[in-house]
Design a protein around this ligand. Structure first.
Ligand code: BES
Ligand code: ZN
Length: 885
């Protein structure tokens, strides 16, 4: 049997065609019982059936295989007693066998049934070869309704003051096997017929609409329509108490948003976005939504942001519920983009599925890109495509590491999959699609995509299949062009020089460490002449030759740089170019190819900036520069802070604290970010005003002085002044945390609790994150520690490592802890210390993240050293700190 272990993919002897699954969760005992009948096509002579299963108990006598020859089985019934869960296992196989015998079929019993937990496979050995052709595999099993937010798990909520449990599934990437034995690979598509036995008072949802419901005392048996063919990771079930709001698309799809009882109103915004985006995607992909209904539901304990289960999309509460009174503009935008992202998957991912996890980016990169398209069409005033630039920087930063990985990444074990739901798959993936779309043109891109969807509907596709469709549609060498972006990691920095009245282009791989990489790309470049109205596209194919947007950086020579500073100040550049000039300069500075002196001089020219995205990135960069300066030149730190405070004064005055009647969504978001930055830099007037408004709120929860967009900033400001001996602010925040039932408010508070400068209070806040009062998915928000909290956070991580690995196990949440705590350090000694700790404590599921985080620490350490050698820095920052505008 060992021949089947240690392999990344299942052997291909048996192909599942349809599943008939019955599940009976026990919400009190936290267990479930189930059975599955799988119609199989045995395609090669074998005496083994190998499929996935994990954390399930399967008794030897709970498995049988019915040979069907070439006739198709109509349906297999697995009979459950209708009483308690525990007695399910005692159901006699005879009921089922009897049916088989009546149809005079041959029933085979396995001679061995073995579950290999490490490989998550169930190996069934039969005494003789299984005949080629059709057959039905029947398995009864039991499992635990776990609390780890994957597989079939439990989540808790309150209803009328009473604690309740709901049952939920989360199967992506490879956890369907924790709920029922199956061929748990995206290419093994089949149809699913699901039946649930649940307490009769609960709402029970699955991918498809209900076809039958029978109540028997306290229990009901709910059966759902058979699904179209789909992958196992998209199967879903939710059982609990919920209210809903409902609407229909113009083509008649019934859309519902399920919420906590009493909160249906908070589902209305997501419902509106869902209906509109479904219509939009039907149009864009030229393909109808394939299921009769779409349900969306908020789950209190939820590891990811949301999950695109076919016809039953699950969300974190913060990413689906929107409250008119208490949600901030940023929350609203998040809900819209998350809904648009998950619904894009209904086509890109669910209808056409990646062939293997190597092509995960096709799902995630594409859904990310198209969610901007949809959001832009619904809310053009949000200028979401500009914001796209800021979000892509996360991809650029990660991909600037030697420890990055190509978009198409080899996967050899299920435990490696979680780590690639990262900024490369999402951000770089979306960016290269955007780059290609702008090169091919919107219309040509859309029609080629529609033909890709039609061609691969109900099937699987690889990256090459997408390129083939685009190549056919455009006549351009898409495959060659894009392979350079998806099969090699990293990206180029394109240098531009004026040489003899001509522009000269050079490319070389950009690495944040400053090292020279070997990579070489085909780079689409747009040249703009005069005032942007004359444009010319070309492909930079070789290392050196003569920008719209793309996944690359641009380095300008000194002469061009000085002209750019002037152009920024005089607002002669477009917002996306003002963004690019700044971000490229920051990245080059970190890579020690440009001085910090020159970066801060450039930053100084952005004082009167008004564009949201440019300012938002200016804030991000200021915060990072503030940290690195504190390490490199602590004696100049106050000047740096003063400079940043100056830099944001113009915007702070323009925006104020109170919403202006009719102001834009972007101004509302910007106000929060500017005030938060000023609080972090310790701007006294901001801290005073925050304190005043916080007290007004403590006195009166309905005070008009405390609109949602300034809350996070206020909380950060309150914590900035709090310490162990002056802890009123901290305690008041905890009080608000405990009293609110709005998850967004809770996360705002968690995200600010560790913003104190007192290590002891930070430690207390970090410990609070692990208390039973914080849902385990939310603890990472608390790691938003400032530089003063870096060492405490590291100590805390070590103290709690065992607990953390137990709670977050494999899963991707553990990687967030590692990168948040490790990456901010900036010394070689610390890198070594961290490496030593993890040499004894690392698990394979954090391997990649740990290497990346350590590389960041080394990059920071080198950066510190080079900053210390700059001799014009002190004068420059003093001048900027005192500059009167
Ligand atoms: N398919 C993912 C959910 C997921 C993530 C499952 C990681 C398993 C592991 C979903 O479509 C997704 O991408 N969700 C995002 C939100 C989105 C708007 C970027 C998330 O969870 O953050
Ligand atoms: Zn996604």
């Amino acid at each position: 049997m060992d021949q089947f272990t240690g392999r990344p993919r299942l052997p291909k002897f048996a192909v599942p065609k349809s599943y008939d699954i019955r599940l009976k969760p026990d919400l009190v005992a936290h267990r479930f019982a189930g059975s599955v009948a799988v119609n199989l096509d045995i395609v090669a002579a074998t005496s083994f059936i190998v499929l996935n299963a994990a954390e399930l108990s399967v008794a030897n006598d709970a498995v049988s295989f019915t040979v069907q020859g070439s006739s198709k089985v109509v349906s297999i019934f697995h009979l459950f007693p209708t009483t308690s869960c525990s007695s399910v296992s005692s159901v006699a196989d005879e009921n089922y066998l009897c049916l088989s015998v009546c149809l005079s079929m041959q029933v085979l019993k396995p001679s061995r049934v073995e579950l290999f937990e490490n490989d998550e496979i169930l190996v069934l050995e039969f005494p003789e070869a299984i005949p080629i052709g059709l057959g039905v595999l029947f398995i009864r099993f039991e499992g635990i309704l776990n609390d780890r937010m994957k597989g079939f798990y439990r989540s808790t909520y309150e209803h009328n003051g009473e604690k309740k449990t709901m049952a939920v599934t989360q199967f992506e990437p490879a956890d369907a096997r924790r709920c029922f034995p199956c061929w748990d690979e995206p290419a093994c598509k089949a149809t699913f017929k699901i039946t649930l036995d649940v307490p009769s008072e609960l709402v029970a949802l699955s991918n498809m609409p209900v076809v039958d419901e029978k109540t028997d005392g306290n229990l009901k048996t709910v059966s759902y329509q058979e699904s179209p063919i789909m992958s196992t990771y998209l199967v879903a079930v939710v059982v609990g108490l919920f209210d809903y709001v409902e609407d229909h698309t113009s083509s008649g799809v019934k859309v519902r948003v399920y919420c906590q009882v009493g909160k249906a109103n908070q589902g209305k915004f997501a419902l509106h976005v869902a209906v509109r985006t479904l219509e939009l995607y039907e149009d864009y992909f030229e393909t109808p939504y394939t299921l009769p209904k779409l349900d969306m539901i908020a789950i209190p304990d939820f590891a990811a942001g949301a999950m695109e289960n076919y016809g039953l999309v699950t969300y974190r509460e913060t990413d689906m519920l929107y409250d008119d009174q208490h949600s901030a503009a940023a929350n609203k935008q998040r809900v819209a983009t998350v809904v648009a992202h998950e619904l894009a998957h209904q086509w890109f991912g669910n209808l056409v599925t990646m062939e293997w996890w190597t092509h995960l980016w096709l799902n995630e990169g594409f859904a990310t890109w198209v969610s901007y398209l949809a959001t832009d069409s619904l809310f053009p005033e949000w200028k979401i495509w500009s914001q796209f630039l800021h979000e892509s920087t996360e991809g650029l930063r990660l991909d600037g590491l030697a420890e990055s990985h190509p978009i198409e990444v080899e996967i050899n074990h299920a435990c490696e999959i979680d780590e690639i739901f990262d900024a490369i798959s999402y951000r770089k993936g979306a960016s290269v699609i955007r780059m290609l779309q702008s090169y091919l043109g919107a219309k040509c891109f859309q029609s080629s995509l529609a033909s890709y969807i039609k061609r691969h509907a109900c099937s699987n596709a690889k990256t090459e299949d997408l390129w083939a469709a685009l190549e056919e549609g455009s006549g351009e060498p898409v495959n060659t062009l894009m392979t350079s972006w998806t099969k090699q990691k990293g990206y180029p920095v394109v240098s531009v020089k004026i040489n003899d009245q001509k522009l000269e282009f050079n490319q070389s791989q950009f690495l944040s460490s400053g090292a020279q990489g070997e990579g070489h790309w085909i780079v689409p470049i747009t040249l703009c002449f005069g005032s942007y109205d004359v444009r010319k596209n070309f492909l930079l194919q070789t290392k050196s030759e003569t920008r719209d947007t793309g996944f690359y950086r641009v380095k300008y020579d000194e002469l061009l740089a000085a002209r750019l500073r002037y152009a920024v100040e005089k607002q002669l550049l477009s917002a996306s170019d003002r963004f690019g000039v700044l971000d490229d300069s920051y990245a080059l500075c970190m890579a020690r190819q440009e001085s910090l002196t020159s970066l801060i001089n450039l930053m100084g020219s952005y004082r009167e900036e008004v564009d949201y995205t440019v300012l938002s990135n200016l804030i991000t960069i200021s915060l990072k520069v503030g940290c690195i300066a504190a390490d490199a030149v602590p004696e100049l730190l106050d000047y740096f802070k003063q400079f940043f405070i100056n830099l944001f004064q113009y915007s702070a005055e323009r925006l104020g604290w109170d919403p202006k009647p009719g102001e834009s969504h972007l101004d509302a978001m910007l106000r929060g970010e500017i005030l938060t930055a000023l609080a972090v830099f310790g701007h006294d007037l901001t801290l005073d005003e925050a304190s005043k408004r916080f007290h007004a709120f403590l006195e009166d929860r309905n005070t008009p002085l405390f609109p949602p967009d300034i809350r996070k900033a206020t909380y950060v400001a309150v914590m900035h002044r709090a310490s162990k001996s002056n802890r009123v602010g901290y305690d008041s925040l905890l009080k608000i945390y405990r009293e609110t039932d709005l998850s967004q408010e809770k996360t705002r508070i968690l995200g600010s609790l560790a913003s104190s400068r007192d290590p002891d209070l930070i430690h207390e806040a970090l410990n609070f994150m692990l208390s039973s009062e914080v849902r385990s998915q939310d603890a990472v928000f608390g790691l938003a520690v400032n530089r003063e909290g870096r060492d405490v956070a590291w100590r805390w991580l070590k103290e709690n490592w065992e607990h953390l690995t137990k709670t977050y196990g494999s899963g991707f949440l553990i990687t967030r802890f590692v990168s948040a705590v490790v990456s901010p350090f900036a010394s070689f000694e610390k890198a070594k210390e961290i490496e030593e700790f993890f040499a004894a404590h690392a698990t394979p599921s954090i391997a990649r993240t740990l290497k990346q985080s350590l590389e960041r620490v080394n990059i920071n350490a080198n950066w510190v050293q080079s900053i210390q050698k700059e001799n014009k820095l002190a004068d420059a920052v003093k001048e900027l700190a005192h500059r009167k505008y």
